[in-house]
Write a protein that binds this ligand. Structure first.
Ligand code: FES
Length: 103
């Protein structure tokens, strides 16, 4: 179990408890965070893109080449962007912060 904070485009924050093993995308969708996640985690859409807080980016398992290729198609790409369907929740994620990207 980890507490994860999602930050909306308007700056509002939502901190939720996330079960180990779920993807961060699933946790976001379950908590009405405004991302689309159109392909439901099969890494075919890039609409689960979120921006990871700089402090946290380096602590995550690095993205695969496939994720990086798909990220190139994402809107509002930043240096710390990730596809949240590719990040698994674990205790190590406790306190992590993810922002909805600019459109
Ligand atoms: S949900 Fe489509 S790439 Fe993550």
């Amino acid at each position: 179990m980890a507490k994860i904070t999602f930050i909306s485009r308007d700056g509002s924050e939502k901190t939720v408890e996330a079960l180990d093993g779920l993807s961060v995308m699933q946790v976001a969708v379950d908590n009405d965070v405004d991302i689309e996640a159109a392909c439901e985690g099969s890494m075919a859409c890039a609409t689960c893109h979120m921006v990871v807080d700089a402090d946290w980016y380096g602590k995550l398992t690095p993205p695969t080449e496939e994720e990086e290729d798909m990220l190139d198609l994402a809107f509002g790409l930043t240096e710390t962007s990730r596809l949240t369907c590719q990040i698994r929740v674990s205790d190590a994620l406790d306190g992590a912060r993810f922002s909805v990207p600019e459109e």
